[in-house]
Design a protein around this ligand. Sequence first.
Ligand code: FAD
Ligand code: FES
Ligand code: FES
Length: 338
Amino acid sequence: MRPDIIGNWTDPSAMEELGKFISQSLVFAVNGQRFELQTVEPSTTLLEFLRTQTRYTRAKFGCGEGGCGACVVLLATYDPLNEQVKEFAISSCLTLLCSINFCAITTTEGLGDSREGFHPIHERFSGFHASQCGFCTPGMCMSLFSALVNAEKKTERPLPPDGFSKLSVSEAEKAITGNLCRCTGCRPIVDACKSFAADVDLEDLGLNSFWRKGKHSSHIKKLPSYRSSFICTFPEFLKLEIKSFFNFISASQPDQPTKLNVECQKNCTIVSPATLVAGCWYRPSTVDILFKLLNSKEFHENMIKMVVGNTGSGVYKEVDLYDKFIDLRGFLNFLLLN
Ligand SMILES: Cc1cc2nc3c(=O)[nH]c(=O)nc-3n(C[C@H](O)[C@H](O)[C@H](O)COP(=O)(O)OP(=O)(O)OC[C@H]3O[C@@H](n4cnc5c(N)ncnc54)[C@H](O)[C@@H]3O)c2cc1C
Ligand code: FES
Ligand code: FES
């Protein structure tokens, strides 16, 4: 049995077997700061947590249904087998907190601020007059940041000229298609995003405070300089914790340490490590285990929800709170990969 079921288990022998594999708390990072939670109300979203339990409150609650992008943050996962970090822009209003175990979150505060110095994304948004009331800006910045981070990984693309990124104009435009602005207007926002694109014609960009319109007036050197990869999206301490978590599992199986180590690390690419959050969040690794869970007495007496990305809650409004969640990614991704 693989070590990715979570929560209380009604079969004592199975629980005994799984006990040593269960991570007893929810561990993640926000802007490089480590968080470890022992108890979480399982319906809590990442946005609720950020806005009420941390000082990172710039992601906003707009629609609460994945439609406006005001709550967008960057989520990064780490695969210890390939040493690979993957980054995604996510709607934190729909993302359940329990689903981000061993992940790293970056919000606009993580890009920079008045004390540490603003990020060129912030500076260019400001210079292109792309932020009026500012409500949408943190989400816009993070959608663009995610696009920039992912564009830089495209090794087949030539290195961009100094000050630009590997992003194309069309990708820059697409980066913010999930973000709405109700006061500034799209043009300045799109201009700020396009200013990072390697194939942009700077003369096409509109009014800004970096240069006056006219012959030979626009030049990349007049824009706040951009360098790729100077923001760390996945802190080293969390990588080490993930590695030691899986090494711990393999050490507890001395008969086949190498095989299990590889297997466990493979599992990490498929499912992040298991989490026990007050017996409310379960991640079965096979369909069999899922049915065992569903048939167990404990589950008959509770309100249960099965989730994958939980984005469906943006479409079907939920009035009830659930007692228990079953995260299906444990075996769905595994089935997809196979
Ligand atoms: C902004 C926005 C725009 C959208 N636009 C469109 C659109 O244009 N067209 C469209 O078709 N959809 C649209 N959707 C809906 C979108 O397709 C769903 O939200 C998404 O597919 C749900 O995937 P998920 O992994 O997040 O599932 P979840 O939200 O985790 O689950 C959705 C539901 O399915 C159940 N469930 C999940 N997996 C299983 C399973 N394997 N077996 C049984 N039950 C399961 C869950 O219990 C839950 O009730 C939109 C959603 C948003 C937020
Ligand atoms: S608040 Fe609108 S997408 Fe999350
Ligand atoms: S700046 Fe006001 S909503 Fe975009």
